[in-house]
Design a protein around this ligand. Structure first.
Ligand code: HEM
Length: 152
């Protein structure tokens, strides 16, 4: 196990196995397009209205509607649905695409705070699915914060 894996597990509290439990079933087949759209809208409604200004400002030059579409298309593709994101934008390359943002651990924490609330706001996502998705998000958020923090 690399230092990165250890660090991510420690920060997120999520093992690799738990993070990738999203691949043990087809979440897209269970949830469908509209649920993913709802989740991303709820998430970005929270982010763009965040009272925590430094976090909200990470998104200030980005169009909200486009951010919503980027996110739900990526989630759909990653969770068993059609490759909508890649058909439109190419490889997700998440670490590279986050390189210019202020991806601190605090930012990961705040991103996850909003994602937890967004998941809870969508009743179609039941508790076991919510946990699976949250574990994947938490693991990925700290992965991104680790990768981007190593860029120099
Ligand atoms: C750790 C905290 C995070 C911060 C501060 C952050 C910040 C951002 C920002 C500012 C954007 C640009 C908005 C746009 O134009 O789409 C973005 C895009 C995106 N983020 Fe994150 N993000 C975080 C975590 C995550 C996680 C955990 C995932 C996936 C599980 C993710 C997936 C994406 C995707 C797919 C895009 C669209 C990229 C593009 O097409 O350019 N992000 N993020």
């Amino acid at each position: 196990m690399t230092n990165m894996d250890d660090w991510i597990r420690q920060k997120s509290g999520v093992s690799n196995d738990a993070a990738f439990a999203i691949d043990s079933e087809n979440l897209f087949a269970s949830l469908g397009v509209d649920v993913f759209k709802k989740l991303s809208r709820s998430f970005y409604d929270r982010v763009y209205a965040d009272e925590v200004v430094w976090f909200r400002n990470i998104f200030k030059n980005k169009d909200k509607e486009e951010a919503i579409q980027n996110q739900y298309e990526f989630f759909i593709q990653r969770m068993g649905g059609p490759a909508l994101y890649s058909e439109r934008k190419g490889h997700p390359a998440l670490a590279a695409r986050h390189m210019n943002f202020n991806m601190t651990e605090k930012a990961a924490e705040r991103w996850l705070f909003h994602m937890r609330a967004a998941l809870e706001s969508v009743p179609e996502i039941d508790e076991p699915l919510r946990k699976k998705m949250y574990d994947y998000f938490a693991h990925t958020a700290y992965f991104l914060s680790f990768r981007v923090s190593q860029k120099n």
